[in-house]
Write a protein that binds this ligand. Structure first.
Ligand code: SAM
Length: 272
């Protein structure tokens, strides 16, 4: 049974597992569906999902395409919830949830048709190593699906410091170009790139959401002081993310691993 001290020591990614939040990639189900469709996922596809958290992306890909998914995370509490979700949704037979690190998975080279990394790569200190690992385990012709989040206007230093502390990651305020440059390269050609901006929510919208989450029956089993710490921490985190996301956007990005290196496209274009 978790104590107040256990919960006090947790960062946001661990709290997600405790409250069983549906931790979606940016853009939620629409991003997942867009990437599944444009990445030609089918029943015989095998996807590696990085940083699955409580499993929504893995479950949704299995439901949409009937494909096999190997979904990894370093956080066991979230993986437990992800396995429960897959059972409830009737797709547990298609998904293997494994505790594993994105930078050194140990999977054979060329074993996946898609690597789906959502917005996870920005949380990994050695992101170059993670990208090299995604590329290594992809089949030639396979797709890398990413949904990087970034600032669309300049955040204050205070906001960056507060978010860094909440998620225990040293956040650098990057913008869209940084992530497009990071993911593309001679071995990875961009097939889809759609940019969005987060909506601005009111504090009351977040409070309502948090109240609903905190009423979940399984949380009633916690000792009263642990519940109190959880409620305070979770609400503070969500209100902080509300402010942070009002300065942010994301791009739904699909890149293909090429067999041969190709020069970059010169005459690029945009929808009008
Ligand atoms: C914000 S949540 C992911 C949300 C959602 N799945 C997405 O696609 O954006 C980030 C998750 O990545 C996990 N994570 C962080 N570093 C990792 C690593 N090196 N390898 C695997 N998972 C990692 C965290 O434990 C957390 O559950």
């Amino acid at each position: 049974m978790l104590t107040a001290n256990d919960i006090d020591a947790m960062d946001y990614n661990q709290l997600i597992g405790v409250v069983r939040e549906t931790n979606r990639p940016p853009g939620g189900l629409r991003s997942i569906a867009l990437l599944a469709r444009h990445g030609f996922l089918a029943r015989d596809s095998h996807v590696l999902e990085i940083g699955t958290s409580t499993g929504i992306t893995a479950v949704e890909l299995a439901k949409l395409a009937g494909c096999r998914v190997t979904a990894i995370d370093i956080n066991e509490e979230s993986l437990r919830e992800a396995r429960r979700r897959a059972e409830d949704e009737g797709v547990a037979h298609l998904i293997s949830f494994e505790r594993n690190d994105a930078t050194d998975t140990g999977y054979d080279a060329g074993s996946f048709d898609m690597v789906f990394c959502g917005n996870v790569t920005s949380l990994i200190p050695d992101r170059e190593r993670a990208l090299a690992e995604y590329t290594r385990v992809l089949k030639p012709g396979g797709f890398l699906a990413a949904v990087p989040m970034y600032y669309v206007d300049r955040p204050s230093d205070r906001l960056i410091a507060d978010v860094s502390e909440a998620i225990q990651v040293d956040i650098q305020p990057h913008y869209q170009d940084f992530w497009l440059d990071f993911f593309s390269g001679p071995q990875r050609q961009t097939y889809l790139s759609r940019a969005f901006r987060f909506d601005t929510l009111r504090p009351a919208d977040v409070d309502r959401f948090v109240d609903d989450i905190l009423r979940r029956p399984h949380l009633a089993e916690l000792p009263a002081d642990a519940r109190e710490v959880l409620a305070k921490k979770y609400r503070e985190h969500m209100q902080l993310f509300r402010v942070n996301l009002s300065h942010m956007g994301f791009t739904v990005l699909l890149l293909r691993k090429e067999r041969v290196e190709v020069e970059p496209e010169l005459f690029t274009s945009s929808p009008v």
